[in-house]
Ligand binder design. Structure first.
Ligand SMILES: Cc1cc2nc3c(=O)[nH]c(=O)nc-3n(C[C@H](O)[C@H](O)[C@H](O)COP(=O)(O)OP(=O)(O)OC[C@H]3O[C@@H](n4cnc5c(N)ncnc54)[C@H](O)[C@@H]3O)c2cc1C
Length: 491
């Protein structure tokens, strides 16, 4: 008889695990508390526009393609994507505008032209990021670091012997400052710390691999916007006859000895051979399988940052902007002090503007644009969010007006706002953190919860709050680690 698997949550980690296990013959059921799949990868519609609500930068699309291949399907039949020629436009208050071209040669020339940085420095930096990726990815991204059998392979031991080369002993900022003469470039490359909700002044320089993903491997964009990825996975699950129960939160798990015996929803208790939690691990130990000791442990590490996002229907077109745009703060160290030490929002925040209507006709009415305007925000520790929202909105508008020479407030139609408490309630992420724990610290990777329970032999974990961490590529990789562990019947 087929073994039965319950998956709690239809975030990317949950859906990817479901597809992998179903394609190997398991009987899979996904429980989702929301009305749509995708978790943090969500979308909303206003009267005039469609918005992706969560992720906007898509790297390593091959990890999504692999899921379709596992299921014997062609990803092109479900969704299509292309590599962006221009991954981001960076705007500074002194009028400097830098285009991050996907071609590394063109990118280096652009940086050199705009900032005077020798192109050699840029090539050297990107080559080093590639080396770090090649040394660390297999160990930290594609395997469980909590599983001695997976960890102590010849390849991984070889990588560990080269630990000195992975730049773990200084911070990203220290490394970038030594790599570049231009302060503007230091800031540009420091920003990659925020791709996993961390602080460039604390995160180890090893995480410069993030700029490798973007500049050596490329940024991609799906036809129809980012939510097209979640929707393609939903359609694949439907075709595979995976049972998906929307609006059906799992209320608790029933342990018996060293196993989870039952999964309880509003419709009663069901038995499964394996249970995979795709929900935030802090909330899991708070509500589904209360465990004070585990909770203290998972809550302790510093959480990644959250976000304050305004979704604006803009009644005008702005040719000066691209799909992804960054308007940098003039005082980056201060911005991060506010975020991580004071748990507040700085008055001159770095503003990210993502305009999917630049690539997806129909995401905004003709003559208008859909602006997803995001600043980094601290995790929710009980701040006065209505006051912070009000002040941040005023400061963001002032910044946009200064940098773009406009009066943006005159062009904002409908507005919707997500702050950290809203992100927590919509996506069930502890304190509204976008990526689980922060990576601020040399041992942060080792503090993440593992992909399997040591106490219950049929309980597994996937998603951004557990190993290997948050972000689309890591979450998909975590789903593979979990599925392979179940397939190997190792646990
Ligand atoms: C604003 C924002 C911007 C981001 N930007 C990027 C980006 O540009 N690039 C990138 O790669 N990543 C980005 N990320 C991170 C990325 O979106 C996440 O790491 C990833 O989508 C998380 O997937 P997950 O598997 O952890 O599941 P989640 O998305 O966390 O989903 C978990 C699911 O579990 C469900 N659930 C929870 N509890 C229960 C329960 N008891 N019963 C049933 N269901 C339950 C939830 O409703 C949810 O659907 C961003 C995230 C956010 C929020």
């Amino acid at each position: 008889m087929k073994e039965k698997v319950a998956i709690i949550g239809s975030g990317l980690g949950g859906m990817a695990s479901a597809i992998r296990l179903k394609s190997r013959g398991y009987d899979v059921t996904v429980f989702e508390k929301n009305h749509q799949v995708g978790g943090k990868m969500g979308q909303i519609h206003t009267q005039g526009c469609r918005f992706d609500t969560g992720p906007s930068v898509f790297t390593m699309p091959e990890l999504v393609d692999q899921l379709f291949a596992e299921a014997g399907e062609n990803p092109d039949d479900y969704y299509r994507y292309k590599k962006l020629d221009l991954s981001c436009r960076y705007l500074y208050e002194d009028g400097t505008s830098i285009d991050a071209f996907s071609d590394p040669e063109a990118f280096a020339w652009e940086l050199s032209k705009k900032t005077g940085e020798p192109t050699d420095n840029i090539h050297r930096f990107l080559a080093k990021s590639r080396t770090i990726y090649n040394l660390t990815a297999d160990l930290f991204m594609f395997h469980s670091i909590h599983d001695p059998k997976a960890l102590f392979t010849f390849r991984n031991l070889k990588a560990l012997m080269q630990f000195g080369k992975i730049d773990a002993f200084r911070t990203m900022h220290q490394s970038n400052k030594q790599s570049f003469q231009s302060e503007q470039l230091v800031q540009l490359f420091d920003r990659y710390a925020t791709y996993n909700g961390s602080n460039p002044y604390q995160i180890p320089a090893t995480f410069n691999i993030i700029s490798h993903l973007e500049h050596n491997m490329g940024v991609y964009y799906p036809e129809g916007g980012i939510y097209a990825i979640a929707d393609a996975m939903r359609r694949l699950m439907k075709k595979m006859k995976i049972k998906i129960h929307l609006n059906q939160p799992v209320r608790k798990l029933v342990p018996e000895g060293r196993s989870i015996r039952g999964v309880v929803t509003d419709f009663g208790e069901d038995h499964f051979d394996h249970v995979i939690s795709n929900m935030d691990v802090n909330l899991f130990y708070e509500s589904l399988l209360p465990d004070e000791r585990k909770l203290n442990k998972t809550r302790k590490p510093e959480k990644s940052s959250s976000a304050l996002i305004f979704y604006w229907d803009i009644e005008k077109e702005f040719p000066a902007l691209n799909l992804h745009n960054i308007l940098f703060s003039e005082d980056y160290p201060r911005e991060f002090e506010y975020l991580f030490s004071e748990k507040q929002i700085y008055s001159d925040p770095t503003v990210y503007i993502y305009i999917s209507s630049k690539a997806v006709t129909g995401d905004a009415p003709r003559g208008g644009e859909n602006w997803y305007v995001m600043i980094n925000a601290p995790e929710d520790t009980g701040q006065n969010w209505s006051q912070l929202r009000r002040e941040a909105r005023k400061n963001i508008i002032a910044k946009i007006n200064r940098v773009l020479g406009t009066q943006i407030q005159q062009h904002i139609g409908h507005e919707q706002v997500y702050d950290p408490p809203a992100i927590e309630s919509h996506t069930a992420s502890y304190h509204g953190s976008l990526y689980g724990n922060s990576s601020n610290g040399r041992f942060a990777a080792f503090n993440r919860h593992s992909n399997f329970s040591r106490k219950y032999k049929n309980l597994y974990f996937t998603g951004g709050s557990v190993h290997p961490g948050g972000g689309i590529p890591l979450v998909l990789s975590g789903a593979r680690i979990v599925s392979e562990k179940i397939l190997r019947h190792e646990h």
